[in-house]
Design a protein around this ligand. Sequence first.
Ligand code: ADP
Length: 934
Amino acid sequence: MLWVKKINSSLTLKLTLPIMGVGLLLLITLVTVYNYQANKTLISQFQVITKNVSDSLVIATETDAKPANLFRVVGSLAARNNILRLVVIEQFGNIIAADNHHQNIGLSAKKGLNPIDYKFFSQLIKHTNGDKQYLIHNDIFYNLTPVHMINPSVNRLRKYYVFIAHNESEALNQASSDLIKLVLLFGCGILVMLFTLYLVQLRVLLKPLSNINSTINQPDQIILPSDKKGFGDDELGILATNYNKLVKAKLLRDSELTKAKRYIEGITEASPMLLAYVDAQRHYQFVNNRYIDWFQQPTKNYIGRHMADIFGKSLYQEIAPYIDKVLSGKPVLFEKELLIDNQPTKHLKASYLPDINEQEIVQGFFICIEDITEAKNYEIQLAEFANNLEFKQIALEDEKRVAEQALKIKSEFLASMSHEIRTPMNGVLGMLTLLMDTELTADQIHKTSLAKSSAESLLTLINDILDFSKIESGKMDFEDIDFDLSNMLGTLTETFGKQAQDKGVELILDTTQIEHTTVKADPSRIRQVLTNLVSNVIKFTQSGVISITASLYEDFDDSLNLLCEVQDTGIGIQQDKLNKIFESFTQVDASTTRKYGGTGLGLAIAKRLCQQMGGDLHAKSEAGKGSSFKFTVKLLPCETEIPSPLHLNLKESNIIIVDHNKASRQVLSSQLIRLGAHTQEASLGSEALFLLETTTFSEQENIIFIDMQLPKMNGLELATQIRKNTNFDRFKLIAMVPLATPHNRDFYESCGFQAYTFKPLTDSSLRDVLSFVSSPSIEDHTSQQTKNELTSDHPSEDATNINWPTSTRILLVEDIQINQLIVQGLLAALDLSCDIATNGLDALKILNDDDQAYDIIFMDCQMPEMDGYEATEAIRQGKAGEAAKSTPIIAMTANAMKGDEEKCLASGMDDYISKPIEPETLKGKLVEWLINKG
Ligand code: ADP
C-alpha cells in the first residue's frame, strides 16, 4: 500500500507516527475519563436530588399528614427539581398515593404509570434493599427510594416508595459539548506539537542527514560541517566525525595500497625473472612484461586466458604434469629446454609455488622463470675450458717446479757463496789477527792494521750482500726473545760513544718515553738497524749533536710498537735523493764512497728488516742541516718479567745539571724528573755558580752533574770553585767525562767529585752513579767505575785472568790447514792448545784411540770423507767411545745461512760459531763450556 510505503520511506513519518499514536491514545483516555467523570457527577447530582426529594416528602408528611399537603409538596418538588415524574406509591397494594400527574392518584402503579415507567419501577423494586437504586434510559434517570411516612388514613407510619424519573438530557448535552471542546483543544495541541517536532527534526536531523547523505553518495568525500562550529557532539556529529575518520583511513590505505602496487609492479617489471600468477582453473591472472616479451606469443592479452591457449597444445602438454603437481599443493622446480620459432635453444629454470588459502585450498600458483641460457652456455664453455685448463695446470706445475728448482739453486748458491767467501775470509782475518799479536815494526803494524781494516770492510760488504740476498730470498730468520730494550739501547749507544767523541759530536740517548723496558722481539735485528743508522749519522756528521730517541706505544691489537728516531746535524740529503737512499747499492752521489766509504746497502737492508718486523723506516732531511731517520718495529709484551733494575727514588732531591749542550741537559733532566727529582739547568759554569748563590736549596739530597767539557770555565774549574765555598758542601758532585778520559777515579775525587760517569749517559749508567752517590762506599764506586771502563774501551777479561781447568784438552776437526792454524793461534792467545783431526773419520779414530777424553770438540761441518754432522751423530751414538758421547761439540762453520745453526744442533752438536771466527766469540764459548758449564 502506498501509505505504508510512504511511512517506510519517510523518516519524519516514522518519527511522527508514534507521537500521533500516543496522542490518540491520550485522547481516548481523556474522553473515557471525562465521560466516566461526567456520568458519576450526574448520578451523584441525581442521588442528591432524590434524597432531598425523599427527605422533603418525609418531613412534609410528618408536619402535615394530609393528602393535600402531600400532593402539593409532590407538585412543587417535581417542578423545582425539573423532575419528569414524581410518584409516591404505597407499598401495600402499590397504590399511587401522590403523583405530579394528579390524575393518576389512587390508581395502581401498573395503571397509573406509563409502561416504560412501570417497567423501571418493577425492576427497581427488586433492588430496594440493594445498592443500585437507579436506572438510566434515554437520558432519563429512574430512582426508587423506600421511605416511611404517616398514612393519613390510619395516621400511622407505613412504607411507601418514592419513584422519580428525572430528565438528564440537558446536563448530558452540556457534558458532550464540553467534551468536544476538550477534544478539539487537545487535537490542536497535538498538531502544534507535531508541527514543531517536524521543524525541529528538519533542522537537527533531516538537513544534516541529507548533507551526510549527499556527501557519502560521492566516493571518498569528507563531510564538511554546515557551520563554523563544526560537528556537534550529538549522534550525528559523532557519525559524521567517525565517517570522516573512516574516509581518511580508507584514503590512507588506498594510497599505501597504490604505493605497494606501484612497488610490486616496479619490482616485477625490473626483475630479470619472468613472473606470473595462474589461478586454479589455469587462467593467467598476472604476467610481467618480461614474461610476455620472452614467450613472444602473438597476443599480448594474457589475463583470463588459459595456459594452453598461450603455449599451444604440445608445449602445454609438456608442462601439464608440473601444473598438476603445483595445483595439488606442492612446489615445483624444473629446468626446460625450449625451441621457439627457429631461435637458438633456450634454457629455462622454472619455479611453481602453490597459492594456498587459509582453508588449505589451492587458489592458483605463482610462476617464477629464470632464463639460464647464458649460464648453460657458460657451463658448456667451462667444461671445454676445464679440459684445456687441465693441460695448462700441468704446464704451470712444471713451471712452478722449475721456479722452485731455481729458488733452491739460488739458495744453495747463496749458502755455498756464504760458505766459500767466509772460509778464506776466516783465513785472512785470523791470520792478520795473529800477525798483529807478533812483534812488528811501526810500519808493519800500520800496514797490517790497514789490511785488517780492509778485510773487515770486505767482510762487512759480504755480510751486507748476504743479508740482502737472505732478505730477498726470504731466508732471513727472526728470533722472538725477551730482552731489556733500555739496556740494549744503552749498550749500543755506549759502543758508538767513542766514535762520536773522537769526531767531537755529542751523542745523546733519550729513553724517557720507554715505560716497560722488557719486551719480546729480535734484539739482534733491531740492533742491526740501529747500528746502521747510528754509524751512518756519525759518518755524515762533523759537529753538533746526534740523538737517539726511543719510545714505546701500544697498538689497537695490544701489540707494542717501538718508534726510534736517529737524528743528526750532519751534511743532510737533498730532497730529490731522499727516496733513492733506500734502494740497494745507492748512495747520494759517487763522491760519498770516496769520502765516506760504504756500499749503499745498509739502508736498503735496514728498511727491509724493519718491514719484516712489522714496521718501516723513513727519512727526513735538509741538505746542509741534518737528517732524521725514523723507524718502527712491532714488539710483543714480555712473557717472563726480567727483573727491573734497582729502583731509585729521588723524591725531594735537588739536582743541578751543568752542560753546555741543551739537548743533553734536557734528556738528563727528563730522566731525573722521572725518578722524582727537582732539576735545574745551567749551560755554563758561571751560570751554575750564580744559581747556587741565589737559590735556597732544601736540606734534602743535593747533586750537581757537571760536564767536563764546558766552554770558558771547564768542569774541573767549576768543581774547584764550588768546593771553595763551604756553603755548598752539602752538594755532591758527579763528573760527566768523555770515554777516553786520561784521568782515573782518584783524580776526580781529588778535584772534589763524589763520583764520575761516562758520556753518553744511559739509563743503567745513570742509575749506577746515582745509587752510588746515594749510598756511597768506595768499593761500590770502584766497581761502578770498573764497569764503565769495561763497557767503554777495555777488554772485558784479559786472557791471563782466565783460569782454564788444568790440562784442558781440545780437539779441532777441520780440513783446511789455514783454518787449523788460525784456531791454534787464537787458542794459543788464550793459553790453550788443541789436537787436530782433518775430517770426521779422523776425529772418530782419534777419539777411539785416545783413552783420555777431550773437554771440548770444535767441529767444522763441510769436510771430505765424513762431514761434521755425520761425525757428531757417530760420536753421540758412541762410535767414538763412551767418554766422547757427552763431550761438548761446538760447530765451527762457514755455513751461516738460515737454518744452519739448527741443522748443527739437530745433529747432536751443543753450540755454534760462524766463520770468520771472532776471537771474542771464541773466548766466550770457551768460558761458557769449560768454566761455566764444565
Ligand atoms: P752506505 O752508508 O753504506 O753508503 P747506506 O744505505 O747506509 O749505505 O746509505 C746510503 C746513502 O744514504 C749514503 O751513502 C749516504 O749518501 C746517504 N746517507 C745515509 N745516512 C745519511 C746521513 N745520516 N746523512 C747524510 N746522508 C746519509
